[in-house]
Ligand binder design. Structure first.
Ligand SMILES: Cc1ncc(COP(=O)(O)O)c(C=O)c1O
Length: 413
């Protein structure tokens, strides 16, 4: 990468700010290899067996992961799954959602947040989000409550905690359980507490794209003994275990095979130890980048949060203002990308626009989410190890260059 000597935009034939590819993130090292080798040498790649007894709860690595996860996230129970998608299905099952029951959730999220409700014949009801946190807007949630509402599912999108004070107040007023989807936010805090511990259950994803991963995996946390037990039953064919566990009157619970293997648990144990270091690096790069970008007009950067609240940066999100720039978001994106910066705008559209939800949910319109999707949102996976301040400087240089030459872009648009 080289300094911005050439003020001619790369999109118009100039030299790009970043001429070499961005480094690839690979956090798998000797620690993970050692853990996995232990499992391979034992020959026991999964310790689970469906049915009451010792093996109902999985093997040594699963139990260790759950112990260490519960300790790190300050929760009474952690229950592992083969993905957070499976974990969310189990969470919705655990709180007893049935046909026609409504669950309120945001439209800007990964589809698994909403399909988990469909698995039980429930109805996802979409409430709008707040433009700075990208999380559910408590006022919009209140407007969506009906006599059929049974739960609220909050998503801490892009690593930013939603307005939990407002959302917990709605949940309390209507006696609704609140599930936190923290797939993108491990390590984020809200007023001094880790996300995932504020509601009744919190779920984390360990898929390849997340800050820490094991290929595929998920973990749910809860302080409730009963919900933890329900989660374990749904994870592992609980229908054949309830009697042996002395729970014969739990006749509504049945499960699937949502079990994580010992191999993935082994990787996850080693990765968990890296979470805090990787998160600190993310936060450091993000605040360095925010300082660098703050003088460029027409970009709403992640705003400061209150004392005790810390976002993490699964992605670094910004809101683009086309009035200030005088060009479309698409042209802005193309110009920045041509400078070699992997800026994107292609996050999931509001999911109520997908055919399955158009057919199965009440008609929804969430203007804040729509505007973000159609006009404003730009983001990058910038703040990750092994990227450094040097890369943040390049991003800032590219944005400055495009800003300085925007009149040329205006002419050609
Ligand atoms: C917000 C959100 N919820 C749920 C999921 C599902 O997680 P998994 O891929 O582990 O099933 C994801 C995955 O990207 C996500 O981003």
């Amino acid at each position: 990468m080289k300094l911005a000597e050439d003020s001619q935009l790369a999109l118009l034939g100039g030299t790009p700010i970043c001429e070499t590819p961005w480094p690839v993130t690979n956090t798998i090292g000797p620690e993970e290899k050692r853990e996995v080798l232990e499992v391979l040498e034992s020959g026991v790649l999964s310790g689970f067996r469906a049915g009451a007894g010792e093996e109902f709860l999985g093997g040594v690595k699963i139990r260790r992961l759950e112990r260490e996860w519960a300790a790190r996230f300050e929760s009474r129970h952690a229950v592992s799954f083969n993905s957070l998608t499976s974990g969310l299905i189990a969470a919705i099952g655990a709180i007893g959602i049935g046909p026609g029951d409504e669950v309120i959730l945001p439209p800007l999220t990964m589809s698994a947040s909403a399909t988990s409700v469909l698995f039980y014949g429930g109805v996802p009801v979409f409430a709008d989000i707040e433009p700075d946190t990208f999380g559910l807007d408590p006022r919009s949630v209140r407007q969506r409550i009906t006599s059929r509402t049974r739960a609220i599912l909050v998503v801490h999108l892009f690593g930013c905690p939603a307005d939990m004070e407002g959302l917990l107040a709605v949940a309390r007023d209507h006696r609704l359980p609140l599930i936190e989807d923290c797939a993108q936010a491990p390590g984020a805090t809200y007023r001094g507490r880790g996300v995932g511990t504020l509601g009744d259950m919190g779920g984390f994803s360990l898929n390849i794209h997340k800050t820490i991963h094991c290929g595929e995996g998920g973990v749910l946390i809860t302080d409730s003994d009963e919900w933890a037990q329900r989660l374990r039953l749904i994870r592992n064919h609980g229908e054949v275990a309830v009697e042996g566990l002395g729970l014969a009157n739990w006749t509504n619970i049945f499960g699937g095979n949502f079990r994580m293997t010992e191999l993935e648990a082994a990787v996850a144990c080693a990765q968990l130890k890296k979470l805090d270091g990787l998160t600190e690096h993310q936060i450091h790069l993000a605040s360095y980048l925010t300082a660098g970008l703050s003088e460029i007009p027409g970009l709403r950067l992640p705003p400061p949060t209150q004392e005790g609240t810390q976002r993490v940066y699964y992605v670094y999100p910004m809101r683009f203002d086309r009035q200030v720039w005088g060009i479309s978001r698409e042209l802005f994106l193309r110009a920045v990308q041509a400078e070699g910066v992997p800026l994107r705008a292609d996050y999931q559209r509001p999911i109520y626009l997908e055919p399955i939800f158009r057919r199965r949910c009440p008609q929804a319109f969430c203007p804040v989410a729509e505007k973000l999707h159609q006009e404003e949102l730009v983001f990058g996976r910038f703040c990750r190890w092994p990227l450094s301040e040097h890369h943040m400087d390049r991003i800032v240089a590219a944005f400055r260059k495009v800003w300085a030459a925007r009149s040329e872009l205006q002419r050609c648009s």
